[in-house]
Ligand binder design. Structure first.
Ligand SMILES: O=C(O)C(=O)C[C@]1(C(=O)O)C=C[C@@H](O)C=C1
Length: 368
């Protein structure tokens, strides 16, 4: 076989030709899918069709990985398909995604990895603002951090899920590596900005390298980088990308307490999607704490239906002191299933309040 550079580039040109035509053929089918989704709607109603279908995307990524003969790495092929489906979403509808900003936050990273480059993004100042953007219909989707493998639940997200009408439509996991960025040297640093959850993930590093230095909590890690870039002796704990975005130097890389540090994000919207081969469902409920065993009875409903619980958390209900709302996630059931409606109706008999807050394809990576 000839290894003449000109001939090889000619081969690439002719393959690109085919790829471009095939991509456009696929895009045309996607436009038809968009039309079919709109046709299925009541013509009197405002167009609130969902073009982002997390279960279908999961299937496509699994198929791409299964069919990949190499030499392309499956991660590379999936990144290409992320952009193909992002363009596909944008062809069907203008989609706006709200995330906790500013640019360079881990929420921004998670949003880009989930929705790609072709949709539009709206940076928000707080987690509550992300919920509000979705509640008011300014953005069709929102991306919020839900829990971190070191620091646990993200309380503002739990609190908003309790009160809000939005639904959890998808979940996504992001490996999180923290960087110490500053325009000063390590010895000069007098103040460190970051999000409280990020500070909690770097306790060992802070205790051994920067003990006693003032820690200033911020709304997000990228806001921390923005603030640190404007002060002489301040540093930020944040995502690596913030070094370029905010013009800061890297003082230390990978300062998180555990290298497999991961944050789980929820994609919120006004509706969840249909069942897939493997779904998870989240519920909130309150029990009357004066009844002995009320919480135990609520959990027993799941045991009776052989449903596996994957998370439980509680928050003050804010209705009266020492009264809690429980958040529960279970695996292997979809929110619209018969078994879930039986669970909810059985719980309603003795719970003060039961609400399904979302149902979504299980996206937990196999190695976690
Ligand atoms: O299957 C669909 O419903 C589509 O809209 C097509 C498509 C794709 O390009 O494959 C695009 C966006 C969805 O999130 C999932 C899949």
């Amino acid at each position: 076989m000839s290894l003449n550079l000109g001939t090889l580039r000619h081969q690439i040109d002719s393959l690109d030709n085919k790829i471009i035509n095939l991509l456009n053929e696929r895009a045309q089918v996607s436009l038809d899918i968009g039309a079919a989704k709109r046709n299925a709607m009541d013509p009197q109603e405002e167009d609130n069709t969902h073009v982002y279908i997390p279960g279908r995307e999961k299937q496509v990524f699994e198929k791409v990985t299964r069919l990949n003969p190499g030499p392309l790495a499956s991660d590379s092929l999936c990144a290409i398909y992320r952009e193909i489906m992002s363009a596909s979403i944008a062809l069907q509808k203008d989609v706006m995604v709200a995330y906790l900003g500013p640019v360079g936050s881990f929420s921004h990273d998670a949003s880009l990895k989930r929705f790609g480059d072709s949709v539009q993004y709206a940076s928000q100042g707080s987690i509550a603002d992300v919920f509000e953007a979705v509640e008011r219909g300014r953005c069709q989707y929102g991306v919020v951090p839900f829990e971190n493998s070191i620091a646990g639940s993200v309380v503002p997200t739990l609190d908003k899920l309790i009160k809000s009408k939005v639904k959890i439509r998808a979940e996504t996991y992001l490996p999180v590596h923290h960087y110490l960025l500053s325009n000063a040297t390590l010895e000069q640093v007098r103040k460190i900005y970051s999000h409280p959850v990020a500070l909690a993930q770097c306790q060992t590093f802070l205790n051994s390298h920067l003990k006693g230095i003032e820690l200033v909590p911020c709304a997000s890690t990228s806001e921390a980088a923005q603030l640190a870039s404007k002060e002489k002796f301040a540093a930020a704990i944040c995502n690596r990308v913030c070094a370029d975005i905010y013009g800061l130097d890297i003082l230390h890389a990978d300062i998180e307490d555990q290298q497999d540090n991961t944050t789980r994000f929820f994609i919120i919207s006004d509706a969840w999607d249909g069942p897939t081969a493997s779904d998870k469902t989240s519920l909130m409920f309150t029990v009357d704490h004066r009844l002995p065993g009320a919480l135990c009875d609520a959990l027993k409903v799941f045991k009776d239906h052989s449903i596996n619980l994957t998370k439980i958390d509680s928050r003050p209900s804010l209705l009266r002191p020492w009264h809690y709302v429980f958040f529960l996630e279970c695996a292997g059931v979809h929110g619209d299933s018969k078994v879930m409606s039986s669970v909810v109706s059985e719980m309603t008999k003795f719970c003060l309040d039961v609400k399904v807050v979302g149902t979504y394809p299980d996206q937990r990576p196999q190695d976690l």
